[in-house]
Write a protein that binds this ligand. Structure first.
Ligand SMILES: [Zn+2]
Length: 502
């Protein structure tokens, strides 16, 4: 609105100025005298103005002709489109107009509009490397995958846009679940731009999925080199890959290489439990028990874990329970108050048949933290001490429905893995498995456990089990049969149905 007003005002001013100028010329008398060489021209005022205008037009024409001449010379030089381009300046303007409209439509989420504008821009501009990108994104937006793929393939033809083209097709292949092709594409894209962080991560994930541990370690190295990863995280992830590599090599039967990889993994990340376990076994095979013990102890200090205890036991597979208990003392004293230490000590004492000591080792762990394992240990202690069958069953009944305690849990999707692995089997994320308690309550999701109870412990325990709070457990644990009337009756309960069943 304002702009049109300004234009009108400018036009009025121009006309006024011209009139004033013409009047001035008229009044200056004889006009302009031009001398070119020996020829003289005497121009009247109006003629002078016309001559000036003709001169202007001539200069403009000379510039135009010069431009055309340059284009013609370029054409002779081999640039075939030079002349057409010269005539196509106007088309170019229209083309960029259409392109900017296409981009705007794309940002506005109007896929179809963007597609038609991009096609128009392509008609005028003939620059597929620019318009194909917009077309591809617009096609993806409206779900036209075939045309999107064709557009990405156009991008592959140009050196500058090849990476973007590969990335686009890679995204489509990943969506289709064609990971083999996706991996090949990711490798190509990574070779083109090793610094691209998104591509590094995609490639790493695909390599881990395909168990290409060696390649994944190289990618990880590139990530570190290009500053995409802190050094300590790199060490940790490299160790994860190294231990995965070791597992793979071991399953292929090459134990020497596997040992070296495992030992390297444990050296890179001493607190990585699976690495420490594998390295300990590698040292045991090499007949280096001291090294094995050292690796296990180092990992135990960072995080006590039952698999570490298993590996520590394997150092002396045939020792007597009492000797084993003595040897384990070195491990147990590292983290004396950790629940894992308490349970391990209790288990070793149970094996050595020192049940009262095992009960002391457990302390009130089973009532503070009732898990399948703590309750099963209590049941074993009870049985070992010659406790009543009903009490043992009471512990076992609770163990069935108790949470399982720490497990390998994915930090990303919270899925529980039965065995450690470099990637989550549920969501495919890399290095997300952590040894901890699941955040989702297991009790709510296992109603079958409660339904199985009568089968396991016999009918009367069904009444005892649901009300078995922590106070009850202490009660049950301390229960000695036939000590007083109340306990006696409790103890007698399960015997009736047993007799009935028999
Ligand atoms: Zn996961």
């Amino acid at each position: 609105m304002l702009w049109s007003l300004i234009k009108i005002l400018f036009f009025v001013a121009l006309v006024a100025a011209l009139t004033v100028g013409a009047n001035l010329l008229m009044e200056t008398g004889p006009g302009v005298r031009l001398a070119i060489g020996t020829v003289e021209f005497n121009l009247g005022p109006l003629q002078a103005v016309i001559a000036a205008l003709v001169l202007l037009a001539a200069v403009w024409a000379v510039f135009k002709i010069a431009g055309l001449l340059v284009a013609f010379l370029r054409f002779l030089n081999g640039d075939e489109t030079a002349i057409s381009r010269y005539f196509n300046r106007n088309r170019e303007r229209k083309g960029y107009q259409a392109l900017s409209e296409a981009l705007l439509a794309l940002s506005a989420g109007e896929g179809r509009q963007a597609m038609s504008k991009a096609a128009k821009a392509e008609k005028y501009l003939q620059k597929p490397e620019v318009t194909a990108l917009v077309t591809a994104q617009a096609c993806e937006m409206v779900g036209d995958r075939k045309r999107a793929e064709a557009a990405y393939k156009t991008l592959l033809k140009n050196d500058k846009t090849r990476f973007v083209g590969i990335r686009g097709i890679l995204g489509q292949k990943l969506e289709d679940g064609d990971t083999a092709t996706a991996l090949a594409l990711a490798q190509k894209a990574f070779a083109l731009r090793p610094r691209n962080e998104g591509m590094q991560d995609t490639l790493l994930k695909l390599q881990a999925e395909k168990h290409d541990w060696k390649g994944a370690r190289q990618t990880l190295g590139a990530k570190l080199k290009h500053g995409g990863m802190p050094r300590d995280l790199h060490r940790r992830r490299d160790a994860v890959l190294a231990v995965s590599q070791a597992k793979e090599v071991l399953s292929e039967g090459n134990s020497i290489e596997a040992r070296e990889a495992a030992i390297e993994a444990a050296r890179l990340s001493p607190d990585l439990v699976p690495a420490a376990v594998m390295a300990a076994r590698a040292y045991i095979e090499q007949d280096k028990p001291r090294y094995a013990a050292r690796v296990v102890k180092k990992a135990w200090e960072a995080q006590p874990h039952p698999e570490l205890a298993t590996a520590y036991a394997e150092i002396q597979p045939n020792e007597a329970p009492k000797e084993r208990l003595k040897r384990f003392e070195q491990l147990l004293r590292l983290k004396p108050d950790h629940p894992e230490t308490k349970m391990l000590r209790a288990e070793l004492l149970i094996a050595a048949e020192d049940f009262p000591a095992a009960r002391r080792a457990m302390g009130d762990l089973a009532s503070e933290d009732p898990t399948t394992r703590t309750l099963a240990i209590m049941a074993a202690i009870e049985r070992g001490e010659g406790g009543d069958e009903a009490v043992v069953r009471g512990w076992l009944a609770r163990a069935v429905t108790a949470p399982r305690g720490p497990q390998w849990v994915c930090d990303k999707c919270q899925a529980i893995a039965s065995e450690w692995g470099p990637t989550c089997s549920n969501c495919g994320a890399f290095d997300t498995l952590d040894w901890r308690r699941p955040t989702v309550s297991e009790n709510t999701s296992s109603p079958t456990g409660a339904e199985m109870l009568p089968l396991i412990v016999g009918a009367p325990a069904r009444s005892a089990a649901p009300e078995a709070g922590d106070a009850d457990v202490v009660d049950l644990a301390g229960a000695k049969p036939a000590e007083d009337g109340t306990e006696e009756s409790r103890g007698d309960e399960p015997k009736e149905p047993e007799a009935a069943r028999a």
